[in-house]
Design a protein around this ligand. Structure first.
Ligand code: PMP
Length: 416
């Protein structure tokens, strides 16, 4: 028996049997030093790693957790269906109930398809748009993340130019660049794809401007192209009716996933009436797309979010966190740039380098004090982030700022 941590033992074993030791966005390698790779449990706003260290969690599994970890009502609904049978020869009644809930809740929705992952839902939006229009070109914002499949992966490794042949780019919130991309597409424009807001890694987040939102809608209407909203990351955190409701613009297709079933694997495409036949015409399926437990979890999650007005609770928690961090930073001589919706905050240090070294050091200090933050990716709040949990986190970040100020390089002048 050594005093090596369970996390490092698991990492060593993983390195032998998993390429690179871990795949994808939850690789601890991309996080500040000291972050655990492996977790054992979660409850409410807290997660516990395999070495028994507990953290107030501001990543929420990178989005899926919206009512807190192990929400009792959701887990009971999922467990009831799981114990009766999860994968059967067809879906359970929860598929119909969930589609009805989505049609009732999401403003533009007349129908819904249910799947597993956000990439599934986004890909279905693209194929449906092409089927509906008989055209090929898809406009997406430069730097926007839409999934980990060849047509949209942020990495070109293993991807052919043919996979990307019909993608054209614009800059989010830049109407001129949108107009230019629409012109490039000519009479072959199938869809314009937008995110809930600009949430590219490592740069300040931007909410859609009204001018941009209306331009997207207008160019789709003028050309007969499909407006696709990628609400995979933000869906049901900001507005139960859809994240663009506040802009006065409604999409034709929306992809949801992440938070829709509070941690159970589920995604959905919702669509407007005119795309019903196109959605029926494309071939979409998956071995696990009919499983009942996650759909039961989805119904329970949406019902609870509506009942408690989840978006309002998360906004309240987000404001409390944002104001608290700003006040602490200023007192310790730092200036923060906090951007995006308060329930999905990106916290950056003004003047930090592109690698976010100061942010990384701050997150490391916070982690040692039991708060799990991210320095470059937007974070996620849940309805389990009560005032008491936010205040508890702020006690730790107060000490983290103090430690950061103590260790601050001499040549870095006070920002305040
Ligand atoms: N779109 C957006 C905006 C996302 O944030 C993500 C996941 N991070 C996806 C699509 C892809 O979802 P998934 O990882 O479930 O395939």
């Amino acid at each position: 028996q050594t005093n090596e941590s369970q996390d490092s033992r698991l990492r060593a074993r993983a390195a032998r049997v998993i390429p690179g030791g871990m795949w994808g966005h939850q690789r601890a390698e991309a996080l500040p030093k000291g972050y655990p790779q492996f977790f054992a449990s979660g409850k409410g706003a807290r997660v516990t790693d395999v070495d028994g260290r507990e953290y107030i969690d501001f990543m929420c599994a990178w989005g899926p957790i919206i009512l807190g970890h192990q929400h009792e009502g959701v887990e009971a609904a999922a467990a009831a269906q799981a114990s009766a049978g999860n994968c059967l020869n067809g879906p359970t009644e929860h598929a119909v109930i969930l589609a009805e809930r989505l049609v009732d809740t999401v403003a533009h929705a007349d129908w819904a398809l249910l799947q597993k992952n956000g990439s599934d839902a986004m890909t279905t939006c693209i194929t449906t748009a092409r089927a509906a229009t008989g055209r090929r070109k898809i406009l997406i914002a430069k730097g926007a993340y839409h999934g980990a499949v060849p047509w949209c992966s942020p990495s070109l490794v293993g991807v052919t130019s043919e996979d990307r042949a019909h993608l054209l780019h614009f800059t989010f919130n830049d109407v001129d660049s949108l107009v230019a991309a629409v012109a490039d597409a000519g009479d072959d424009l199938a869809a314009i794809v937008v995110s809930a807001f600009r949430h590219d890694l490592g740069i300040p987040q931007e909410l859609p401007t009204e001018a941009f939102a209306h331009a997207v809608r207008k160019h789709c209407d003028d050309s007969g192209a499909v407006m696709v909203l990628d609400d995979v990351r933000a869906g049901f955190r900001l507005n139960m009716a859809g994240s663009w409701e506040g802009t006065g613009v409604r999409p034709d297709l929306t992809a949801f996933s992440k938070a829709i079933a509070n941690g159970h694997a589920l995604s959905a495409v919702t669509g407007s009436e005119w795309l019903r036949d196109a959605a029926n015409s494309v071939f979409v399926t998956g071995s696990f797309w009919y499983a009942g437990a996650q759909m039961a979890a989805g119904v329970a999650t949406l019902d609870e979010l509506v009942r408690i007005d989840g978006p309002a609770l998360m906004a309240r928690a987000g404001h409390r966190l944002r104001n608290g961090l700003d006040e602490q930073a200023a007192r310790h001589g730092f200036a923060l740039n906090q951007s995006g919706p308060v329930a999905m905050p990106l916290v950056q240090f003004a003047g930090d380098d592109p690698k976010a070294s100061l942010g990384e050091a701050f997150c490391g200090e916070a982690l040692r004090r039991g708060v799990y933050l991210h320095h470059r990716h937007n974070m996620f709040l849940s309805t389990a982030h009560t005032d008491a949990e936010i205040d508890c986190a702020l006690e730790a970040t107060e000490d983290a700022f103090a430690a950061l100020a103590r260790n601050r390089p001499k040549d870095q002048g006070d920002a305040a």
